[in-house]
Design a protein around this ligand. Structure first.
Ligand SMILES: [Zn+2]
Length: 347
């Protein structure tokens, strides 16, 4: 079933790729590989043509999820390699630094729960200043930490690569930074790779402490965007859908694209509060998480088997571009989502 799906989707992309592609890949070719539009199979539904370069997407994902990064646990040498990779990509893209910082790093110390040892770690933050609304911010984020190396009885593989969780999201952050650098943005975009999400949303909480939340008009967080969703291909779901009209704006922008956004179907898992979007939502920012993964049945979640090879490159690439298209009117200042009000809000 997966294979059939791939063929149908990819040929659909080629069909549209010849006439609608807005941005060329790094290699100067349109779409996936610049293939001609003529040889197509049966197309049932139009889907977005690739305007995010899938070759770069694959490179980011495979690098961040490689064994060399040793599972990217905050405070380790492995995550430092990931931090350097992200910084280097920000630099290549041409991002500037966030207010008050003289590099992409927001470094801080903390003591994780159930630990006595203090850790030094850093969020990696880059900025694309908006053209006409530079004092209005949209944040695009994902966490770059994961669980590190864990020795478990009977398990040969002890590296928790965290390919889907959340190298896939960081890949999205990098791809979107490159994309918006090319096409331009009216509001300022803050790109954040957060640390220590797995230790309790530590990095994003730290980031939230230092900001004027009223300047942040929206938060776009990406988590586990590399697997075929339960709603079927060309879909993602959004946490906290009913908590602001952010999701409805995205749905409107995706009309006719063939890609659909649904409210989070896994209510009992309380996912809105289980990723970095929550740290900003607690400050009133309409900050939500996009995901594609069927978290209720995913066998690789928080397992050593969460490897790059288990992810679907078409799903990731399409989802990243659906996020770009779906949030375009927010990034360009045409739409402003309603603020989030939490019933559990502290004073
Ligand atoms: Zn995660």
């Amino acid at each position: 079933m997966t294979k059939v799906f791939k063929i149908v989707v990819v040929s659909g992309l080629f069909l549209l790729g010849s006439c609608k592609v807005a941005v060329k890949g790094n290699d100067g070719k349109d779409g996936v590989d610049g293939a001609s539009a003529e040889k197509t199979g049966t197309i049932k539904k139009e889907v977005l043509p690739f305007f995010i370069d899938s070759v770069t997407v694959k490179k980011h994902l495979y690098t961040l999820a490689s064994d060399d990064m040793e599972g990217r646990k905050s405070g380790t040498a492995g995550i430092e390699k990931a931090a350097k990779y992200i910084e280097n990509e920000y630099k290549k893209i041409g991002l500037t630094t966030f207010e008050g910082l003289d590099s992409y790093r927001q470094t801080f110390n903390f003591t994780p729960r159930r630990s006595k040892e203090e850790i030094t770690s850093a969020n990696i933050i880059g900025v694309l200043e908006g053209k006409s609304k530079k004092d209005e911010y949209v944040i695009i984020s994902a966490h770059y930490d994961h669980l590190g190396i864990r020795k478990k009885e009977g398990e040969l593989d002890s590296i928790y690569n965290g390919a889907n969780d959340d190298a896939s999201g960081v890949t999205g952050v990098l791809a979107l930074a490159e994309y918006f650098k090319k096409v331009g943005n009216e509001r300022t975009i803050v790109f954040a790779a957060f640390t220590a999400e797995e230790m309790g949303l530590v990095g994003s909480t730290q980031f939230g402490k230092g900001i004027d939340a009223s300047k942040f008009v929206a938060g776009i967080n990406l988590e586990m965007i590399g697997k075929i969703p339960s709603f079927g291909p060309n879909t993602a779901w959004l946490t906290g859908f009913e908590r602001s009209d952010f999701g409805k704006i995205v749905q409107k922008n995706l009309e006719g694209s063939g890609y659909q956004l649904f409210p989070d179907p896994y209510k009992k898992f309380n996912l809105f509060f289980r990723s970095d979007n929550a740290s900003l939502a607690r400050l009133g920012v309409p900050s939500h998480t996009f995901s594609t993964t069927a978290i209720d049945v995913d066998k690789d979640y928080h397992k050593a088997s969460d490897e790059a090879e288990t992810l679907n490159m078409t799903i990731i690439t399409q989802t990243i571009q659906a996020v770009a298209k779906g949030t375009e009117s927010i990034i360009n200042g045409k739409d402003t989502p309603t603020r989030v009000v939490l019933e559990e809000k502290k004073k």
